[in-house]
Write a protein that binds this ligand. Structure first.
Ligand code: ZN
Length: 216
């Protein structure tokens, strides 16, 4: 039953496709007069075009590919708390606080005594050691896949011998808590941010992710 029905349906499809193809050709030749000669339309052989319409594309096996969730991906890494000696309960979520006008903070401020060691939250490489007006002495670290950047700011200084492009390990001391940049002199803290990189060559650019749930 199904088989018998299938055949006329295929023929009908072929006829419809053929008609559609002819209509398409007519439209194409009409519009091609308006297109500059620099960019001529590519006309394929008729039989080939019809075959492409009638034969259904193979269905890819398995479930559809779901876009990776960066928060889930990073959560699985169990990131190191970036300030030595602190407990996860000590953290406060300051990611969404407004800082001057309409600018969101998009980072965590982690209070700690001056010169407390700052630890790499993940394995990776030192992408940039940067002196910034608001951030002071800062580090941009990439994760091992160069998909994410970890940003550490207001440091009092870098760890001895720290160099750009150097490999670092999770938990390694990379700097010390301070108040450089625009941090209040009486409130030493680490300004820590995570962002999903747009392009690994643009170490300063990306989409900010809230580190709070990733460090808890
Ligand atoms: Zn901050």
């Amino acid at each position: 039953m199904t088989r018998r029905r299938g055949r006329p349906a295929v023929l009908w499809l072929a006829a419809a496709a053929g008609a559609g193809f002819l209509a398409g050709m007519a439209a194409m030749s009409a519009s091609s007069r308006l297109i500059t000669v620099r960019d001529p339309p590519v006309v394929e052989p008729r039989s080939e075009a019809r075959a492409q319409v009638v034969v259904p594309a193979p269905v890819p096996p398995g479930p559809p590919v779901i876009a990776a969730d960066p928060i889930e991906e990073l959560r699985k890494r169990r990131l190191q708390l970036p300030v030595e000696g602190l407990k996860r309960e000590d953290l406060q979520d300051t990611f969404s606080e407004m800082r001057g006008g309409d600018r969101r903070h998009e980072a965590l401020d982690i209070l700690a005594p001056r010169d407390t060691p700052v630890l790499a939250v993940d394995d990776g490489t030192i992408a940039k050691l940067f002196l910034s007006k608001p951030g002071g002495i800062t580090i941009y670290q990439f994760d091992p896949t160069s998909s994410y950047a970890y940003y550490y700011a207001h440091l009092s200084r870098y760890a001895d011998g720290l160099k750009e492009q150097a490999a670092v390990a999770r938990g390694q001391v990379i700097g010390y808590v301070g108040t450089t940049g625009n941090a209040p002199p009486e409130t030493p803290h680490l300004h820590f941010a995570i962002f999903q990189l747009t392009d690994p060559k643009r170490w300063w650019q990306g989409t900010a992710l809230d580190p709070y749930p990733l460090l808890r």
